[in-house]
Design a binder for this molecule. Structure first.
Ligand code: FAD
Length: 253
């Protein structure tokens, strides 16, 4: 339905908010950020997600979950979407929705995969591909709160071209004290850097994560296989499963 769908005849029902697309930014060749204005948005915590729902003219509806990629900013929320080839909803969100169009939003959703700025524990963020989205909300919330909680990010991407928020991450790892960013390239290592392309391995988490004795909170987000592999590594390195919080970006159930 995606390519022909329009979010028409929106009705405000309990739990669904009528939002308007007010801005959009390309992140990579295959991903973009949508800025939505949701009147009376109640606010959200870093790590939470929303459900977005499209309605076609014949009444057919499709809904998918998307992490909120920026902290609460009044009535505005941001989501960052990776195009899934042949997907029903994500190509429409990136190519079919224009500034000014309406879309339904439900949320915020999720009470487990969240970081609270009041939590003093060191944080390890491990993101694969679009799994950076909720982690970015945490990095931005830390900055906005002036927090000095030590943050480390391990970001797994295919190549340099696939890094979301590339300029901002560069700037933040330079300016935000206590934030360290490390990249793992799975297909192509940028010119001038040493090492082979590989998937996140024990050595990466050992080098760029925290020792288990420090009792950090580990947030892992990305495709299901990625999340399971990284969680296994963290457990093998002695982290208590309770301190490993995961979000899987599989198909929405
Ligand atoms: C809690 C949660 C948060 C999420 N947050 C984000 C986010 O911030 N950004 C984002 O881009 N996505 C996110 N997702 C994934 C998103 O909900 C959709 O699954 C994704 O956009 C694909 O939807 P689609 O309609 O385009 O594809 P579909 O029509 O649902 O699927 C088309 C084909 O692609 C496969 N597929 C579906 N989803 C994926 C996927 N994620 N990766 C690889 N193959 C897939 C399906 O098995 C199917 O074969 C999140 C999912 C969950 C559960």
């Amino acid at each position: 339905m995606a390519r022909t769908a329009i979010p028409g005849r929106l009705t405000k029902r309990t739990g669904w908010w009528v939002a308007r697309l007010v801005d959009r930014r390309d992140e990579t060749a295959t991903a973009g950020t949508l800025v939505l204005e949701v009147p009376d948005w109640p606010g959200h915590l870093p790590g939470q997600h929303v459900d977005l729902r499209l309605t076609a003219e014949d009444g057919y509806q499709a809904a998918r979950s998307y992490s909120i990629s920026a902290p609460a900013d009044g009535d505005r929320i941001e989501v960052t979407v990776q195009r899934v080839p042949d997907g029903e909803v994500s190509p429409y969100l990136l190519d079919g929705l224009s500034v000014g169009d309406q879309i339904e939003v439900r949320g915020p959703v999720g009470g487990y995969f969240i970081w609270r700025v009041t939590d003093p524990a060191p944080v390890l963020l491990v993101g694969g591909g679009s799994g950076i989205a909720p982690l970015m909300a945490m990095i931005r919330a830390r900055r906005a709160a002036g927090s000095r909680v030590p943050f480390r990010l391990i970001y797994s991407v295919r190549s340099e071209r696939d890094v979301y928020f590339a300029d901002e991450l560069r700037r933040r790892s330079r300016d935000d004290r206590g934030l360290d960013v490390a990249y793992v390239y799975t297909r192509q290592v940028p010119e001038g850097l040493s090492g082979q392309a590989h998937r996140v391995a024990v050595a990466d988490v050992n080098t760029h994560g925290w020792p288990a004795q420090l009792e950090p909170v580990n947030f892992v987000c990305g495709p299901t296989g990625f999340v399971e592999a990284v969680s296994d590594i963290l457990v093998a390195l002695g982290h208590h499963p309770r301190r490993i919080k995961t979000e899987r970006f599989g198909p929405t159930g």
